[in-house]
Each structure stands twice: as structure tokens, then as C-alpha cells.
Design a protein around this ligand. Structure first.
Ligand SMILES: *Cc1c(COP(=O)(O)O)cnc(C)c1O
Length: 409
């Protein structure tokens, strides 16, 4: 008999986005003429930068001729891409990362999901609440948790509530943990961590022999010079942190797929005898066993993000989204909403007015303003009473959505 992995049965249904879809469809059935504006999606909307498109074409052309055709590439990614990443994302910021510590992949979702498998099933995991669901669900699948309780918390997981009082930053866990998932700039709250905040985490990790899993998917949206772009800007992080980066939100690669993970050679875990084992070799073994590399044209396209034209085009697109963020943030604040985030991240996190639940506010916003957002409670119990609006989208839609919210709520 093919026994299934029963840990999968502990997963609570992927409820958030299907439920949003269901409510929007029901609304449109009652109001077929309504023009619904969507500020709920966590996906980019602007096309790829021209420099990337050019490089993609070049890559495709080279596949058409025997002399330049490429088959399997290095599992870890082509040297030309890993080298430019190490140079421009790290060394140019005074951070030591070498090309062989960079592993190119088809997405940060996969990297964040896969990293846990090189650690023991008994590892204690800490996650923020609210949180990007991938960190948690993959640890549930791996059997690192018990069942979820009435509040929606899985047994055995250390939750770090991110509340208004703490500026939506997680406190250090009161109990010792082995793996800590951190995401800054944050999805969904838009919160960022200063160097001092990250230094406390690095110190915590050293003191507790823990490893930080640092998701920097929104690094390119940082405009405040006090906010580090990489956790390795903090002294000592090379021994305790693994960093995730993606071209998805940076350069519009959500449908094109390219990302990378940095595993410094200094990061170690312990084996059953208590000996230190570098995790770099374990990740390399996993990656090359289970992954066969990102397509050559896509890696060429990713490398073009670092060209002078690519950089300037990426900056323009991010400015476009961040102007949307400013319009949402300021428009809602002037209408009396309490808003957070949206300064170094493409997400605005707002407090639902009058103590409404996240879903009640979703329904109000949809029925009165015909605007769709994302209920905060869908990201974890501590998101209840909050709501996420996304700055991805066309300017005119954003302007109209803000106007409708200001006048119709
Ligand atoms: C969008 C996003 C990612 C990137 O995922 P990809 O698989 O690289 O597209 C990673 N982490 C968070 C928190 C995100 O919101």
C-alpha cells in the first residue's frame, strides 16, 4: 500500500487566495457591470526591462546554432551570473561573498521551501506572524510540527508576533530555536529592519547556535540608506545566515523565473556527535542532485539586470511602483486610515477601521469601493484586524482605487 506522507494532512487548506477569488466572483455575479480594481496581488505588472529582453533574445539565438548551442549548464548557475551577483550585490557594498557561495535557482519560493531539508527534523523553527506562508507550510510537510490549533498556530513552531507596538518587528524568541525565518522588507507588513535590529538577530544566532534564513526578495525596494540590503552587512552574519534573493520583484521575473541563494562557507550546523559541519557542501549536494540549472537564456537575462542600462531600467520600474505606494499610503492616511509600510516595500499594511475583522473589511471595501485587497488574517493570526494593499498595478487604477476608498468608505 502506498502510504502517504501524513504530515501533508496537517496542512490547513490553501484558503486565502481561493477565498478571495470566490468572494469576488460572487460579487461580480450580483453586480455584472462593476469594474473591480485589484490591489490584492503580490505579482508585478510592468514588462521586463528592455535590456533583459535583448539578452533573452541573444540567449535564444545562441540555442539555434550548433556552434553556440548549450545543453545542461552547471547546476549551481553559470559563472558569469554568479560572478556579477557576488560583485554587484555584495562586494560593491563592502560585503564578502564569493561566486561559489551563490546558487542560482528558478525561484526564492523553491529555495525558501527547500532549505529546511538539510536540517534535522527535530530542528526548532521560529517564524514571524503574520508571514509568507511558504516557510511554515514546508516545515509542516517535513514533519517538523504538530497539528494546527483553533487560532491557526501549528504545535511545535515558535511564532513571533509582529504587532503595531513593536513596529511589526519580531521579538527575539524567548526559548531557544535552531532556525529563524526572517523577511525584510517584509511581505505582508512592509516593515524593514535597520542594521541595529539585524545585529541583534545575528548576535542571537551566535549565542543560541541558530541559523537565520533571511528572505530579501524585496531588497530592491529599499530607499532608506539606514536599511541594509543584505544581512551580511552585519558583522558576524557570515557564520549564521543564509540569504535568499530573487529577480522576481526586483526585475519582473515572476513569470520568467530566476533567483539565488547565498550560503557562505562559514555557516555550520552540528551532526549527531556534535561536530561542526559546513552547510555549504550539503546545500551544494542537494541542489545538484535535485535541480538541473536555470535555462541559459534566462540566466543571460538575469545578468543583464546588472548592466548599466538594466540597472537604470529596473530603477525606473521600481520608482513607478513606489510612486503607486506613495499614492496609496498618503491617500489613505489623509482619509483617516492608519497605514504602515509602503516606504521601502511595495506593500501597504493598514489597520482596519472601527476594529473590523480583516474579512469584514474585505467585504466592505469590495461592496462599497469595488476594490480588492488581501485580508491580513490570511497571513497568520496576528494579521487579524489588518489589511494588505499592493503597489503593483497600473497608475490610473491605483489612483482610481484610492479615490474610491476616500470617497466611498
Ligand atoms: C515574491 C516573494 C518571493 C519570490 O518568489 P520567487 O519564487 O522568486 O518568485 C520570496 N519571498 C517572498 C516573501 C515573496 O513575497
Amino acid at each position: 500500500m502506498a502510504r502517504i506522507n501524513s504530515h501533508y494532512l496537517k496542512l490547513t487548506a490553501g484558503y486565502l487566495f481561493p477565498e478571495i477569488g470566490r468572494r469576488v466572483t460572487a460579487f461580480l455575479q450580483r453586480h455584472p457591470d462593476a469594474r473591480v480594481l485589484r490591489l490584492g496581488i503580490g505579482d508585478v505588472t510592468r514588462p521586463l526591462p528592455p535590456a533583459v529582453i535583448e539578452a533573452l533574445h541573444e540567449g535564444v539565438e545562441s540555442m539555434a546554432r550548433a556552434q553556440t548551442f548549450r545543453g545542461y549548464g552547471p547546476e549551481q548557475g553559470y559563472e558569469f551570473l554568479r560572478e556579477v551577483i557576488a560583485e554587484q550585490d555584495y562586494r560593491s557594498r563592502g560585503v564578502k561573498v564569493t561566486a561559489d557561495e551563490v546558487f542560482v535557482s528558478d525561484g526564492s519560493k523553491c529555495d525558501c521551501a527547500n532549505i529546511q531539508e538539510i536540517f534535522d527534523v527535530r530542528a526548532r523553527v521560529a517564524v514571524a506572524d503574520p508571514v509568507y506562508p511558504v516557510y511554515l507550510d514546508t516545515n509542516v510537510m517535513a514533519g517538523r510540527t504538530g497539528r494546527s490549533n483553533a487560532e491557526g498556530h501549528y504545535e511545535g513552531v515558535v511564532y513571533m508576533p509582529c504587532t503595531e507596538a513593536s513596529g511589526f518587528l519580531p521579538d527575539l524568541p524567548a526559548e531557544p530555536v535552531d532556525l529563524v525565518y526572517l523577511c525584510f522588507p517584509n511581505n505582508p507588513t512592509g516593515a524593514v529592519a535597520t542594521k541595529e535590529v539585524l545585529a541583534r538577530w545575528v548576535e542571537y544566532a551566535h549565542r543560541n547556535d541558530a541559523i537565520l534564513l533571511y528572505d530579501a526578495a524585496y531588497e530592491a525596494y529599499i530607499s532608506d540608506p539606514r536599511v541594509p540590503h543584505s544581512i551580511y552587512e552585519v558583522d558576524g552574519a557570515r557564520q549564521v545566515a543564509i540569504e535568499f534573493r530573487s529577480f522576481s520583484k526586483t526585475a519582473g521575473f515572476t513569470g520568467t523565473r530566476c533567483a539565488f541563494i547565498v550560503v557562505p562557507r562559514d555557516v555550520t550546523g552540528k551532526d549527531d556527535q556534535g561536530n561542526r559541519v559546513p552547510v555549504h557542501g550539503l546545500w551544494s549536494r542537494r541542489h545538484s542532485t535535485k535541480f538541473n540549472g536555470v535555462a541559459y537564456p534566462i540566466q543571460l537575462g538575469a545578468a543583464a539586470v546588472y548592466s548599466p542600462e538594466g540597472k537604470s531600467q529596473v530603477r525606473d520600474t521600481i520608482s513607478y511602483y513606489m510612486e503607486n505606494a506613495r499614492l496609496i499610503r498618503e491617500g489613505l492616511a489623509s482619509a483617516g486610515f492608519k497605514v504602515f509600510g509602503g516606504l521601502n516595500a511595495p506593500y501597504i499594511w493598514l489597520k482596519t477601521p472601527g476594529g473590523a475583522t480583516s474579512w469584514d473589511f474585505f467585504d466592505t471595501l469590495l461592496s462599497r469601493a469595488k476594490v480588492v485587497g488581501t485580508p491580513g488574517s490570511g497571513f497568520g493570526p496576528s494579521g487579524e484586524g489588518y489589511f494588505r494593499l499592493s503597489a503593483f498595478g497600473e497608475r490610473s487604477n491605483v489612483q482610481e482605487a484610492v479615490e474610491r476608498i476616500r470617497t466611498q468608505l
